[in-house]
Design a protein around this ligand. Sequence first.
Ligand SMILES: CCCCCCCCCC(=O)SCCNC(=O)CCNC(=O)[C@H](O)C(C)(C)COP(=O)(O)OP(=O)(O)OC[C@H]1O[C@@H](n2cnc3c(N)ncnc32)[C@H](O)[C@@H]1OP(=O)(O)O
Length: 139
Amino acid sequence: MEKEETLRIDNYCFVCGKENPKGLKAKFISSNGKAKAEMILYKEYQGYSGIIHGGIIAALLDEACAYAGISLGYYTVTAEIKIRYRKTLKVGEKIIIEAFAEQIKSKLIQAKAQIKDSKDTIIAEAEGKLIIKEKIEKS
Ligand SMILES: CCCCCCCCCC(=O)SCCNC(=O)CCNC(=O)[C@H](O)C(C)(C)COP(=O)(O)OP(=O)(O)OC[C@H]1O[C@@H](n2cnc3c(N)ncnc32)[C@H](O)[C@@H]1OP(=O)(O)O
């Protein structure tokens, strides 16, 4: 039988990698199935003039779900993600990204994530299905 590839962390994640010069460098804190980050996105990440690209928003929501899963002790891959874009996100606006995850079955984690602005208005929200690839070994 083919051996499953393990997931490697090398700080080059497009969303959170500290070493990736082209990445978003989001800083998530996470514990007990919850993850949170705050950041501002600038013009480099826009689609239409002055409006952040939806793909970037999707990447942030996906990452938040993954960090919520990590806080449960697992590295996962995203099998599905459904995103609802409620308001446009303006360039230069402060946002808060939050996610909550729970283990549903042996390999399945379901997560929900939201991006809000500083007035607590929901900009976008997501529901993700994450498949557990490996347990995180405590060092
Ligand atoms: C510190 C650094 C942090 C970095 C965080 C980075 C986060 C990045 C997040 C990502 O972007 S991950 C990359 C994007 N995602 C992928 O590349 C995933 C590609 N797809 C796959 O690898 C496979 O399709 C997948 C592992 C998702 C599913 O493969 P299989 O369909 O072969 O599933 P498998 O046979 O392994 O089954 C595992 C279990 O999951 C279940 N499952 C699979 N897909 C499902 C689904 N969509 N919904 C519900 N359950 C699902 C499946 O039924 C089964 O349940 P049981 O164990 O109970 O039988």
